[in-house]
Design a protein. Structure first.
Length: 369
């Protein structure tokens, strides 16, 4: 009898069974495996597409950022070129005020007062006037920008003040310009009234009229006497109240002295400056820039590029500052004098006016030794 064979026999692989029994059809099993592999391929392709999309987004953002930077750099370059071109139109001679520093005998022995929050710029208007002389300053007005108290302060110095002027001696204030220009004018005021004045803007009133015309004229409120004076002398048609003035009319208005005195005249000058500022605020940015650019060749100043850039940056705020005014000498601080030559001048209480000016500009009259 043949014996049984021993050893292992390979068995066919077991087919998967359903839960609860029974075999799963082999074709269905294969299809499910195919679908599973297909899903994996789709998932991988989708992931790759998302990565590419992210890279594309990053690339687009980078290009936009680069474009913005390029535009900003271009604008900065254009601004710099425009700024440089505009400043090249200014007349900016070298001046030296130190040679005129001294302590006048009538002035208080106080240190010169200054404050970093107050910017003082002396506006000098030279005018041929009635005597046909252009070498004397007709107007000396201190424009003070008080950034702390948000005020724009205008101080008129009367040209007939009898002061001690370095290298000249006792004379009218406007003699300082005739003998030493803006440098001597600034230092004479600083020496006597003990406030810091080392920046100036000088203009010719004849060109000043052209600026007002460029702005479209200004509105001035005037009294009946001044209106009648203008109608008689320049053929205007002014009436008491608000009148719209051309450049030539505004220039004449600022020079009228016959109706009152030099105090009234300097008051009208401050009024014209205030009216110009009011009109300037009404202009658009383009018109403002055009007016400023066109007028620069008629301006002489010692303001630096940095000074001008800073003033330009704060101009929108300054135009909305409260405007306050003052004149030197103050009421009750002077006397009318007649010199041996017959000339009439103003004898000034220099110490009292120094105290009042320091109070007006800086809020303190305390002397500093």
């Amino acid at each position: 009898m043949a014996g049984k064979q021993t050893g292992s026999r390979s068995r066919p692989p077991q087919r998967p069974r359903r839960a609860g029994g029974g075999e799963i059809d082999r074709y269905h099993y294969v299809d499910r495996d195919i679908y599973s592999r297909s899903d994996r391929r789709v998932s991988t392709a989708s992931h790759t597409a998302k990565k590419k999309k992210k890279k594309k987004k990053k690339g687009s953002a980078g290009k936009r950022f680069f474009t913005v930077i390029l535009v900003l750099l271009t604008l900065c370059a254009l601004f710099y070129l425009g700024f440089t071109l505009a400043l090249s139109r200014l007349d900016r001679p070298e001046i030296d005020t130190k040679q005129y520093e001294e302590q006048p005998s009538a002035a208080p022995a106080w240190s010169v007062l200054e404050d970093s929050s107050v910017i003082n710029i002396l506006l000098i208007g030279k005018d041929k006037g009635d005597d046909g002389m252009s070498s004397r300053s007709d107007t000396s007005m201190l424009v003070s920008i008080d950034t702390k108290n948000k005020q724009l302060k205008l101080t008129s110095f009367l040209r007939d003040m009898y002061l001690e002027i370095p290298t000249v001696g006792q004379s009218r204030l406007n003699a300082a310009y005739a003998n030493g220009g803006a440098a001597l004018t600034m230092q004479t005021l600083e020496n006597n009234f003990r406030v810091n004045i080392d920046k100036y803007i000088e203009i010719d009133f004849e060109n000043f009229a052209a600026v007002i015309d460029k702005m479209g004229g200004i509105d001035i409120d005037m009294n009946a006497a001044v209106a009648a004076e203008g109608n008689k002398n320049i053929g205007s048609h002014w009436t008491e109240g608000v009148n719209h003035l051309s450049g030539e009319e505004a220039l004449y208005y600022a020079r009228i002295r016959a109706t009152d005195s030099d105090f009234g005249r300097t008051g009208r000058q401050r009024q014209v400056v205030e009216a110009m500022l009011a009109r300037f605020k009404q202009l658009g940015i383009t018109e403002m820039s055009t007016v400023a650019f066109d007028y620069l060749p008629y301006v002489t100043t010692n303001l630096s590029d940095t000074d001008i850039l800073y003033l330009a940056s704060i101009a929108p705020q300054v135009l909305n500052y409260e405007q306050v005014t003052m004149h030197v000498p103050n009421d009750g601080t002077y006397e009318d004098l007649t010199l041996p030559s017959g000339a009439r001048v103003l004898g000034v209480d220099v110490e009292e006016n120094s105290r009042l000016l320091r109070e007006f500009l800086y809020g303190t009259s305390a002397p500093t030794e």
